[in-house]
Ligand binder design. Sequence first.
Ligand SMILES: [Zn+2]
Length: 213
Amino acid sequence: MLINLHTHHPTLASGSIEIESVYYGQAKTPTAALRSVGLHPWYLNGLDWHHAIHWLHEQAILPSCWAIGEAGLDKVCNTPMEVQVIAFQRCVEVSESVEKPLIIHCVRAFPEIIALKKRWKPAQPWIFHGFDKNRPTADMLLRTGCYLSFGSALFRQKSHAAESLRTTPLDRLFLETDDAAISIEAVYERAAEILGIGMGELEGVVLGNFLRF
Ligand SMILES: [Zn+2]
């Protein structure tokens, strides 16, 4: 059984478990059996906060909700950073209260998120999705107990993702397709090739990580 930790386009094919990413205000109706629900940093301007927080709590307790997110900080989008931090904090609070993992969207804000993790000391696992940064950044996140999820960047020649994947302990690893037009099978095959392990072993390792939560 393959685990697709983060997708916006579930295939609903048998043989994999997909976590569909759902953000507050999105027009598309989710179709996968499992979801993560969050306040995405891109979509916070003009937010009806009262309604959004109510929605988040309501969704978070559903059995179909496996994780909270994507949530996080993004220095490249035009949402003011103070607003992003408030939304991120609300998501962390919900993740802690319903005891479900947090899936993190992070663009150029790794030190800031790690500083918040050290301050807030969450008990729930934090998983950085779409990880494509170099080893020092991976090491910093792994040292603070975080998990890394890799996807389409593993196919990019200029990405550091492959190098970081090689040094990520197998018990901290997830794989995903996000919004890329690739299959989760292809991501697993690529990751297995980079790691130099068999598909069966990789499948077992990631499934174990998923079931541990
Ligand atoms: Zn995404």
